[in-house]
Ligand binder design. Sequence first.
Ligand SMILES: [Zn+2]
Length: 622
Amino acid sequence: MKAYSILAIVGLSLLISCSGNKTEPKQSNADFLAANIDTGIAPGTDFFLYANNGWFKKNPIPGSEGSNGLWQLIQDTINAQVRDICERSSQDKQSGKGSAKQKIGDLYFSGMDSTGINTAGLTPIRTELDQLGSVNDPTSLAAGVALVHMNSGAPLFDFYVGQDDKISSKHAVFLRQGGLGLPDRSFYLESDERSKSIRSDYVRYLQDMLSVIGYDSLRSKGLAADILALETKLAKASRSIEDTRDPQRNYNKMPLARFEKEVSAFNWNTFLSGIGLRQPDTVIIGQPEFFSACNKLIRETAMPVWGAYLQVHFIRGLAPYLDDNTYSRHFRFYSTTMRGITEMKPRWKRVVDQTNGSLGELIGQVYVTEYLPKGTKEKLLQIGEAANRWSMSYMIGKFGKPVDRTEWDMYPQTYNAYYNPSNNEIVVPGCNIIVPGYERVMADDAILYSIIGGSTFGHEITHGFDDQGAQYDANGNLSNWWTREDSIRFAARTQRVVEQYNQYRVVDSLHINGEMTLGENIADIGGILMGYEAFRKTEQYTSGKSIAGLSPDKRFFLGYALAWMINTREELLVERVRSDVHSPPQFRVNGPLANMKAFHQTFGIKPGDAMFRPDSLLVEIW
Ligand SMILES: [Zn+2]
């Protein structure tokens, strides 16, 4: 999706159902906020840990998860509900053929049919693998790239149809840098020990996948090295994430004819018809120098290497649906090496997790399954492929049609939110009202105003005025509407935020990248201030009444820490710090609070404490 302008508050989205029976919450009668405090940690040293470590100690990260916390509490509820729906649907003999229930039931049944899936192996995708393996000229290469884009991944470059940043009422075709198998260019280019060891594991994974596909061991070894070399060249030609955040520099509109001439080694006509898009007059190129590099790379790389590269990208997106042999090799690299996860989730959870991130989407749009031919054993694989194909076709179908500003990119049951500068709009799905730990009793205003007011609404509103959002005018168009002086003063204030977050060390010597996370950090800082201002108008605040021995102010700041109560494995933290524009949860709490005088006063934070920042450094942007 439009990754740089749709700024979701968190890197992943979870689904929860707004109605129905909830599972028994894991809580005693004690107040959840009070129970989570670790009194062994001073609030001025690390407020995130002070507020949450009590819970972390009682709830270690399960072997099958990269993290544990607030989101998993919600996910447990969802999983239990979804599993219940699935099991009841698969046993339901009353529902007619073609009904949603029958389809969900069939999907679940074939998902659980590991014998059938394991016997089938790669047979269900053999035709596609063979087509990709026989790529031998620019036309078959372009057809292969289109095939993978439509079904499972994004090889060579990223492509999407979305709102034109400079004409927000129109859709445009965007082409951006991409095509990597590792989460960010830095994984290919850095020379620290951790990166080197990830790269050697990655080569082993590529080799493994190629032998599963059917190459002999010598050939697999050679091709794995060739693919790493190819992706490293793509990485070198890519901008760093912070450099992709400037909306002006990453918007280069040009006539398609001119672009085709400049990147002539690739057959764009074949690609566009392969994905079912009629020829646009113009395209918006994110990073022109990346495509110049692609042009050169296509000419100088042997076609069989491209074929193997496409095969691996094709399998990667479908791995969770495939047989255990293929999936376990995928898991060993992407979950164990990259994220420190050692235990595989049960198959049904994988299916729920992977089908576009949501079985909710499938349930909501069961007609996806209309794409499927009859047959049972391979249905799961086909649904996995069909879901991708459906969402690509839906997106491509928007091209040429006017923008529907009432359309949302999230479902009501999605526990997340986003700001879209092209529409000057915030989308906060209804389920954000749910606060784990307070399922039975409505949480008090201190909690609601910090989580929903601060970390959600306040955060998203601030995106309209962060370093990117501020560049879009009242009509949602990317245009320079500031004076020179405005820009200079804005940059000076945001520079303080960059410097503050650059100082935060996450794992070993790895620090937060203050430039890359700037927009999210501004939104966090602005969000909590807004939530706090709103909270000061509530009865709870003015009455000053304590709950469970905690003053309204204390509850507000502890509530804010609860919003980010997520304990993350070191490996996953490293991946996120290098590829996610959001700071890790610990610093989404400590960073903004360190800038708030009201917080310092409430918890007696003093000069010399880690959570203290003197007046001269306090960040105040708006
Ligand atoms: Zn955000």
